[in-house]
Design a protein around this ligand. Sequence first.
Ligand code: ADP
Ligand code: MG
Length: 281
Amino acid sequence: SSTVKLLGSAQVITSVSNAVKELVENSIDAGGDCIEVKLENYGLDRLEVRDNGCGISRDDVEVMCQKSYTSKISDFSDLDRLDTYGFRGEALSSLCSVGKVTITTVTAGDDVAKCYTMDASGKIVNSSLSHITKGTIVVVENLFRNLPVRRQLMSTKKRKTEELKRIEGVVKCLAIVQPRIRLTLAHNKFCIWQKNKVHNLRQSLVQAIPPTMVNQLYDLEYQDEEVIVKIHMMIPRKDCNVHALCYGNLADTFYLFINRRPVRDRQLDKVIENMVLILRK
Ligand code: ADP
Ligand code: MG
């Protein structure tokens, strides 16, 4: 049954970029406005995500890494008005099964922060006091240490470089759609990308793609009468060189969000490509 568990959880956390996505989403859900992502050896040796959000309450701490535990919905009807990225309660438990997880956290109601070391089954095996004054730090060490073949495959220079690009993509994507959040990404102590707090999507986008290119974007907004759908679209102007803007293939470079969730879907990609072609005519 431990194999079943491993296989089951391996579906949620299959790569470093995946782990980064889940942790950054948790930090956004926690409501802070500053998130730091730090990687060592492309995140394989150490991955840290730190936020200044609400922290994890003492009641939740015992169960936070248990499979299917979530504090974000209490019953399925909540799914209709979901305003968090998380709701399945899979990420932390999966991370525990593929790496060594420590979580430092403090809430407004705690007098002191605590640091918890988790075991592979998501149980707390050790806790100590910590000095942080706000938010949560999740550290994952030795990702995939118990899956040596996967770790080996991910350790070639080529794969690591590709994966770092993917991590950058994940971070940028979430950063764009969360203008009010400051986000930094560091690798081996060097900051490789950062976004400051801004007020709107256009300003976020400026930080993800060159500003001269943002100036070449049409800003289109469509709102349904009953406000069931609202579409906000920024597309390259007619006279703008799309290929320069997109560094190649349009489908590789556009960002699509539905309810602030980054979305990737072949059929939607096609719809959008066609829409852009029509609008540019
Ligand atoms: P989900 O996000 O689907 O609820 P996770 O496994 O990602 O599931 O997280 C489990 C729980 O741990 C969350 O519901 C939340 O209560 C808590 N949690 C995780 N990360 C953070 C964080 N950075 N700040 C506050 N709470 C967190
Ligand atoms: Mg989550």
